[in-house]
Design a protein around this ligand. Structure first.
Ligand SMILES: Nc1ncnc2c1ncn2[C@@H]1O[C@H](COP(=O)(O)OP(=O)(O)OP(=O)(O)O)[C@@H](O)[C@H]1O
Length: 229
């Protein structure tokens, strides 16, 4: 389990996170939702220790973050991190050399799943295919937790569907996923937990299934209630 406990974060004098707490379980998809600038990416960066926090604690499987935490967790950012002249095959080789937890078999499977061509250069890829390569490079690592920042951002409907399909496949299976997205409609039915953020705080953390089963509400219904829009 990833536990985010009372996390505060300031940029200069501006307090972005004002005591954010939530948990994300292994084997579940947890979605962080909030308006632009509420601090979703900052939370993912904090979990990856890519940005220092001013207060609070982050635990992975009950342990505070240390260098071993990053053998359990990976971050798929919203932009591709490979150099433009690299081919997909070279990007995969780079990851294989860099990470002991690289799983070549799963990488090959993801190549087929996303119908990507290994010899294509990163610079020649469409936005949708760049997003798929980004996912491939992250999901081919044998880690327990995957953080994904806006994997659907600016991508056409068909690519969004293909990306959404990965969430129901064995390629994700028992891992814990934390995802941020504005495209709730694409993955609403796949979410286990939803964390609504507003003004630097968690305003509601709920089980998407409970909302559906017990209250007959979709995630979007709950969002409308909470944000009063
Ligand atoms: N390095 C930085 N220095 C100063 N301010 C920053 C920095 N990074 C982010 N911020 C500010 O922190 C706030 C939260 O940014 P963040 O990117 O986490 O929001 P977000 O919820 O992910 O937004 P979006 O939905 O647009 O991706 C924003 O007001 C942003 O301008």
């Amino acid at each position: 389990m990833i536990e985010v406990i009372g996390v505060e974060k300031k940029y200069g004098f501006k307090k972005i996170l004002k005591g954010v707490s939530f948990t994300a379980n292994k084997g579940e998809i947890t979605c962080l939702i909030g308006i632009n600038g509420v601090g979703k990416t900052t939370i993912l960066n904090a979990i990856m220790a890519l940005t220092p926090i001013s207060k609070g604690q982050i635990l992975i499987d009950g342990e505070p973050l240390d260098k071993h935490s990053f053998e359990k967790i990976t971050f798929i950012p919203d932009a591709i991190t490979m150099l433009p002249h690299m081919t997909i095959a070279e990007s995969m080789e780079f990851m294989r050399d860099f990470y002991t937890c690289w799983n070549q078999e799963r990488a090959n499977e993801l190549l087929g799943f996303f119908r990507l061509n290994q010899s294509d250069r990163v610079s020649s890829l469409s936005k949708g295919n760049k997003a798929k390569v980004n996912l491939l490079l992250g999901l081919a690592l044998d880690v327990d937790y995957v953080l994904m920042d806006e994997p659907f951002s600016g991508i056409d409907m068909f690519s969004r569907e293909e990306i959404a399909n990965v969430f129901t496949s064995h390629l994700i299976e028992n891992r814990g996923v934390i995802i941020t997205t504005h495209e709730i409609g694409d993955i609403e039915h796949l979410l286990d937990k939803v964390v609504l953020l507003d003004d630097g705080m968690v305003t509601k953390e709920f089980s998407a299934e409970d909302a559906r089963e017990l209250e007959g509400k979709s995630v979007i219904d709950v969002m409308r209630e909470v944000y009063q829009r």
